[in-house]
Design a protein around this ligand. Structure first.
Ligand code: APR
Length: 257
């Protein structure tokens, strides 16, 4: 019996060892690197942040453009606000920070959790991107929230309807609305072997609370010219903009391997 188990074990390890060199790098167990990104990530692409000097919330009143009540009261203003953002997005390109994070997929199992509604992580080549606050290039039914569509072009108009005949609205999580993607985000954070925060002031919950699900022994890197409030163990602050900061992060990650 013992012999039998041993020989099966040998056989298994024979196949495993011989299969290893043939396995693509992507199949070999990589460490899970989870990134939480915010508006600062896209600042060097020309997209304004919200709370910095000159940020969007200096020019606009959040309550007037980013709440369900605003959509009720003044849908024209809300529609214009998001149409303007969408139009601008078509003129923007991913920056060195987005590209650097996409390159990390060569060495890590990277999961991006972003508060951003732009698609710059995807356009840079990141393959696992979860949008917590919705997506600018998508629209959804005002009546049936599960009816979500890719919008062609930048302009959503009144009279653009879902397949059941209801007005479409921006696919954005407004203040006061639930953040359904949190259910997916929490287990991702819990599984992280390395955690990276880029360009978020961590002012907005529940997204900001995700850092509390990071396991105790996990190294944390924060890329931001202004330190956000991350009061946890083993935090390395890289006080730089995302472009340069992500390349410095990559150097630091090499030392971890
Ligand atoms: N690179 C990296 N970080 C930067 C850069 C840059 N080039 N420029 C600014 N930052 C940092 C700022 O120092 C700040 O910490 O990015 C952060 C931006 O913070 P916010 O404007 O508060 O944006 P964010 O944290 O993403 O906001 C969260 O609030 O209004 C809502 O729904 C909106 O998703 C958004 C949420």
């Amino acid at each position: 019996m013992l012999n039998c188990i041993r020989s099966e074990g040998c056989l298994l390890s024979f196949f495993f060892l011989n299969a290893l060199p043939l396995m693509p790098k992507s199949e070999i167990m990589k460490r899970k690197l989870v990134v939480l990104s915010g508006a600062g990530m896209s600042q060097e692409s020309g997209i304004r942040t919200f709370r910095d000097m000159g940020g969007l919330w200096e020019e606009y009143d959040v309550a007037e453009v980013a709440t369900p009540e605003a959509w009720e009261r003044n849908p024209e203003l809300v529609m214009k606000f998001y149409n303007d953002r969408r139009k601008q997005l078509y003129e923007c390109k991913p920056n060195a920070g987005h590209l650097g994070l996409a390159e990390l997929e060569q060495d890590f199992d990277v999961q991006i959790i972003t508060q951003n509604v732009d698609d710059l992580h995807e356009r840079a080549g990141s393959t696992n991107v979860l949008h917590l606050h919705g997506e600018l290039k998508k629209v959804r039914s005002t009546r049936f929230p599960d009816l979500i569509y890719d919008l062609e072009g930048w302009e959503l108009k009144f009279g653009d309807l879902c397949e059941k005949g209801h007005q479409l609205r921006p696919h954005i999580v407004w203040f006061g609305e639930m953040v359904p993607a949190m259910d997916e985000a929490v287990p991702m954070v819990e599984q992280a072997d390395i955690f990276v925060v880029v360009g978020t002031s961590l002012n907005v919950y529940p997204a900001a609370g995700l850092v509390h699900y990071i396991r105790d022994d996990v190294p944390i890197f924060v890329v931001d010219p202004e330190r956000p409030p991350v009061y946890l163990k083993d935090v390395t602050f890289i006080e730089e903009k995302a472009g340069r900061g992500v390349s410095m992060l990559k150097e630091k990650l090499k030392k971890l391997t």
